[in-house]
Design a binder for this molecule. Structure first.
Ligand SMILES: Nc1ncnc2c1ncn2[C@@H]1O[C@H](COP(=O)(O)OP(=O)(O)O)[C@@H](O)[C@H]1O
Ligand SMILES: [Mg+2]
Length: 263
């Protein structure tokens, strides 16, 4: 595999919540077009880190370089403007309007006729249709209200919208928690297609096979430190579990057994 150009570099990020040191100096790099699976036990600090990257939380110390320049978003809107966004299943869509309206929410195409603004519905629908087709997403009608769509379809809409508006780095925190097997498979495929366009993807998951299916690299956080940063092709579920738990290599069971995490 050719090394990827750095997209986001994290350098010694720390975060204290009062006396709790949630992050104790996190350093790793997300490459352009790279899918990084972020793994770790409950309370390891994954969500805290993702929030810091996406502007939802300020780091206590450390710095980030985004496309080579120092970067710190004070708000999620600021991160979004820079092309960094967390995609939460469902949460950012308006369910009572259709797919096109959601895609163009706040960025509608408007033309003025004799001073009167008119929404360019056909142009917007065509743009959404193209974005969906490019991503291989099939939705029966783009005029369907989002409330009638499945969780997987909603996720696809959000990801397509992110790509369409120039997204550079997408953060996904347990994106498949509420999805079925087939929807999850499509979601994983979609993540790969998004990354193939040069976008960076960080996906938090506790489901080991998903991490191995989708990620180029696995980063393990344990008690606020990076306990492992490995190419997926050069590790095994067993080794990753040991990184997560901190169990030493000696005395661990035979490969592929007793992890409790392999579905
Ligand atoms: N708002 C908060 N206030 C105080 N402590 C917090 C807060 N959010 C998270 N923590 C603590 O920080 C640590 C990391 O939490 P979190 O980032 O949610 O871990 P993860 O997502 O890996 O489960 C935990 O010890 C958690 O209890
Ligand atoms: Mg979490």
């Amino acid at each position: 595999m050719t090394p990827k150009q750095p997209l986001l570099q994290l350098e010694k990020i720390t975060k204290n919540y009062g006396a709790i040191e949630a992050l104790k100096g996190i350093s790793f790099t997300i490459g352009k077009g790279e899918v990084v699976a972020l793994l770790g036990d409950n309370g390891a600090g994954k969500s805290t880190l993702v929030k810091i990257i996406a502007g939802g939380l300020a780091a206590t110390s450390g710095r980030m370089l985004f496309e080579g320049r120092e970067f710190a978003a004070a708000t999620p809107a600021e991160a979004k403007a820079a092309g960094i966004e967390t995609v939460y299943q469902d949460l950012s869509l308006c369910t009572n309007v259709d797919v096109v309206a959601n895609f163009f929410m706040g960025r509608e195409i408007v033309k003025r006729y004799f001073g009167i603004p008119v929404l360019q519905e056909r142009a917007m629908e065509a743009a959404v249709a193209k974005a969906m087709a490019d991503a291989g997403t099939r939705i029966p009608s783009l005029r369907t209200k989002v409330e009638h769509l499945s969780g997987g379809q909603r996720q696809a809409i959000e990801l397509n919208r992110f790509v369409h508006w120039g997204g550079r780095l997408v953060l996904l925190d347990e994106p498949f928690a509420a999805l079925g097997v087939e929807q999850t498979r499509r979601g994983l495929e979609m993540i790969k297609r998004v990354a193939a366009q040069g976008i960076g993807v960080v996906v938090i998951t506790h489901i080991m096979p998903q991490a191995f299916q989708v990620a180029d690299r696995i980063v393990v956080i344990r008690q606020g430190i990076v306990a492992g940063d490995v190419e997926t092709s050069k590790t095994s579920p067993d080794e990753v579990v040991r990184m997560i738990t901190g169990e030493s290599f000696a005395g661990a069971g035979p490969a592929g057994t007793q992890t409790g995490l392999e579905a």
